[in-house]
Write a protein that binds this ligand. Structure first.
Ligand code: DC
Length: 205
């Protein structure tokens, strides 16, 4: 039986990780946040001052631990204002997008279950053949309020705006609504309501 793949794309702070994790749990799927890989590469660059990425391994999935050329990076160290900004800057580089895309494809090919994967170009570029593509949206103010409520990743409206602008306006794989995506504006919806909508749409596939 083939494995099911659900992509969740959308801007920063829209709830992709919260919804994706909950959805994956209910479906007994794996969950992965592709932004983590950009964050790991940003931290690796801070540490080594290089973009050498010869061996990139996801050592563990929850919490995520990655190993890049012998350096170990843990999820808890990846959500700082500096890495928020730097990850979106280095995400403009095509070589880096290629590495991330290959790591994600390898992850899916080697997983034993379905996968919920979230990011900016999951449905539009990396997993064009996904079974179900979701695009989540909400206003800048709401997204910033949600970020400020997160103890580990506070981001102001200005920070969110700058990051969105880079992610939307970059030349390669910008954040777009994939052609065949279901768009859900979750401004006034609970997590449960969004998950129900996604599950209903999955049944229709
Ligand atoms: O989802 P996140 O905030 O952890 O992502 C951090 C940055 O990584 C984001 O600002 C842009 C980049 N990114 C990307 O370009 N493509 C993705 N699929 C996921 C993240």
């Amino acid at each position: 039986m083939s494995k099911t793949l659900i992509t969740l794309d959308g801007p920063s702070g829209v709830g992709k990780t919260t919804i994706g994790k909950r959805l994956a749990l209910e479906l007994n799927f794996e969950f992965f946040s592709s932004g983590l890989l950009y964050r790991v590469i940003a931290l690796h660059n801070e540490k080594t001052n290089s973009f050498n990425l010869n061996e990139f391994e996801i050592v563990s999935n929850d919490p995520v631990v990655c190993k890049v050329d012998g350096n170990v990076y843990e999820e808890e160290n990846l959500y700082t204002p500096q890495i928020n900004r730097k990850s979106s800057e280095i995400a403009q580089l095509s070589e880096i997008r290629m590495v991330v895309s290959n790591v994600l494809k390898f992850l899916f090919d080697n997983s034993n279950t379905g996968l919920v994967v979230e990011g900016r170009d999951m449905g539009s570029v990396v997993f064009k053949n996904a079974n179900l593509k979701i695009y989540l949206d909400a206003s800048e103010t709401t997204r910033s309020e949600r970020r400020i409520a997160q103890s580990d990743n506070k981001e102001s409206v200005e920070d969110i705006r700058a990051r969105d602008s880079r992610d939307i306006n970059r030349k390669i794989s910008p954040l777009i609504i994939p052609d065949d995506a279901i768009v859900i504006n979750n401004e006034n919806k609970s997590i449960e309501e969004v998950i129900e909508i996604i599950k209903e749409n999955l049944k229709l596939q």
